[in-house]
Ligand binder design. Structure first.
Ligand SMILES: [Zn+2]
Length: 74
């Protein structure tokens, strides 16, 4: 698909690191499958992956940790 950030690049399937902030918690989730723009590096998650990533971040925020680095469980 065409990248909607830079408008010129095209995305390819790959693996990325997603960083999310919730209140005082920063969650870094590594090895997340995504479509990644060849030009600007922007990533796009499909609905199911996004849901799981956000659910993980929510759980971590509920434990009130400041920073957590996780690996996405495929
Ligand atoms: Zn792009």
């Amino acid at each position: 698909m065409k990248c909607s950030i830079c408008k010129t690049g095209h995305t390819r399937p790959g693996i990325t690191t997603v960083t999310l902030e919730r209140d005082n918690t920063v969650v870094v989730i590594r090895e997340v499958p995504a479509e990644i723009c060849e030009d600007c590096g922007e990533y796009y998650l499909n609905d199911e992956i996004a849901r799981r990533v956000y659910a993980d971040a929510e759980k971590t925020a509920n434990r009130h940790v400041e920073v957590e680095i996780q690996r996405f469980a495929a």
